[in-house]
Design a binder for this molecule. Structure first.
Ligand SMILES: Cc1cc2nc3c(=O)[nH]c(=O)nc-3n(C[C@H](O)[C@H](O)[C@H](O)COP(=O)(O)OP(=O)(O)OC[C@H]3O[C@@H](n4cnc5c(N)ncnc54)[C@H](O)[C@@H]3O)c2cc1C
Length: 395
């Protein structure tokens, strides 16, 4: 059993791994390959599944510990930071919060051995309107039969655990509510459930080493004991399961902020290093103010994200406060895009080329206002919370 580590110890591990990961970050991007050596290093360092409770073999680390290490890793390798978030926040935290002991005992060792579980919610006709999903689960004895298509599933094909969301049909074939099913898919080790198909991969502008997959389920049989249902039952269960997304959002916002913090460090270096008109470009006030704005944006994002990460449990849930998570992710992701853009600008033509990591960081950071709840949807949540009303999105 691992001893509990301090947040500072986690940060130091993050700094060390970032140095180790930086030299190959461009390679994963160019070759569009999953960074397995980095996964092995994060597994060896005890970071994969660090939030899993000690009773199930993890370290019971806090979300604040995770964001501390994620920020450091994101400065060097966005891809690895993303894997780390998904191995600790989101899917696995939903299993740990709402799963049975048997489900938790099943999932924990897979993640602790290096897996990043995949969350399967989005469908071609159900993006922001997730409850419009058409994937169905029909009870058949001691199994459920799943049918449907999911797309933009992060890690599809490299992940071994899949949390598949589906409309659970009743006797009259009408939906009783949405629940999640925990499915193990690991063909390399001979675990290939019939009816589970990975049918395609998106060609993305950034985070190119991460597969974003299309999945199809054709009469996929899932044992009934793999249904994950919060105590609130089928009607309310989806809303509770989605609270797990509050942690994922804090993690995603932290990756964006970490990339921005990394870009800021590069910009500081270049402002002193690059000379034009006989002096370092950092002596030009226009660039100094740009740098100050970048620093303020990163700092404000970090404060909001830390506040959200520490809010776990304050609202009676096992996850961060919804409003704080939405506010922090929307703000951090929008600010990060601007910060990385400005850092690239400070590098001039050099920033546009691939001798520096700025162009990759610029492409990587773009997705954080989209994936895991768009900035618009998150702002709607913030406004709803401020006004004390659930803002209807339906006609
Ligand atoms: C890199 C990446 C990884 C992803 N990984 C996963 C994953 O692992 N699992 C998963 O299930 N999904 C994943 N997604 C999907 C992601 O969650 C969806 O893209 C997101 O929910 C938005 O859905 P959409 O793309 O269909 O956009 P749409 O919902 O079609 O929205 C289109 C535009 O309309 C806006 N809009 C929509 N509704 C409203 C509204 N009510 N008010 C204001 N504006 C609105 C949106 O903000 C957006 O700008 C991923 C996406 C990306 C890009």
């Amino acid at each position: 059993m691992e001893h509990l580590r301090s947040t500072e110890t986690y940060r130091a591990i993050g700094v060390e791994l970032a140095q180790q990961f930086a030299p190959r970050a461009a390679e994963w991007d160019k070759t569009r390959s999953y960074p397995w050596p980095n996964v092995a290093a994060m597994t060896d360092a005890g970071l994969m599944g660090m939030t899993i409770p000690r009773a199930f073999g993890g370290q019971g680390a806090s979300f604040f510990d995770v964001v501390t290490v994620v920020e450091e890793i994101a400065k060097a390798c966005t891809l690895s930071a993303r894997i780390l978030v998904e191995a600790n926040m989101g899917g696995i935290s939903a299993v740990m919060a709402y799963g049975t002991d048997a489900q938790r005992a099943f999932a924990a060792p897979i993640v602790l051995a290096g897996d990043k579980p995949a969350i399967c919610i989005t469908e071609p006709e159900a993006g922001s309107a997730a409850t419009d999903m058409q994937t169905t689960a029909r009870r058949d004895g001691d199994h459920y039969i799943l049918n449907g298509t999911k797309h933009w599933i992060t890690g599809g094909g490299v992940s071994k655990l899949y949390l598949i969301f589906a409309q659970v049909l009743g006797d009259t074939d009408t939906s009783q509510g949405i629940a999640a099913f925990l499915v193990h898919h690991d063909p390399v080790c001979g675990v290939a459930p019939k009816g589970f198909h990975i049918i395609g991969r998106e060609h993305t502008m950034g985070l190119c080493g991460m597969p974003e997959a299309e999945l199809r389920f054709d009469n996929l049989r899932v044992p009934a004991e793999m249904l994950i249902l919060p105590p609130s039952g089928l009607k309310r269960g989806f809303a509770d399961l989605m609270t797990a997304y509050n942690s994922q959002r804090v993690g995603a916002g932290t990756i964006a902020m970490g990339v921005a913090a990394g870009a800021l460090e590069h910009a500081k270096r270049y402002l002193k290093e690059r000379h034009q008109f006989g002096r370092p470009i950092g002596e030009f006030q226009g660039l100094q103010w740009m740098l100050a704005d970048m620093d303020m944006a990163v700092h404000a994002s970090r404060l909001m994200l830390h506040e959200a990460a520490k809010s776990r449990g304050t609202t009676g849930h096992a996850f961060p406060d919804m409003m704080m998570a939405a506010r922090a992710k929307a703000f951090a992701s929008e600010q990060a895009i601007k910060v990385v853009d400005n850092a690239l600008q400070i590098f001039g033509a050099r920033g546009y080329g691939d001798k520096e990591p700025l162009e990759r960081m610029y492409r990587d950071v773009r997705m954080f206002t989209i994936g895991g709840g768009t900035a618009q949807i998150l702002k709607t949540q913030v406004a709803g919370s401020l006004l004390g009303m659930k803002i209807s999105q339906r006609r």
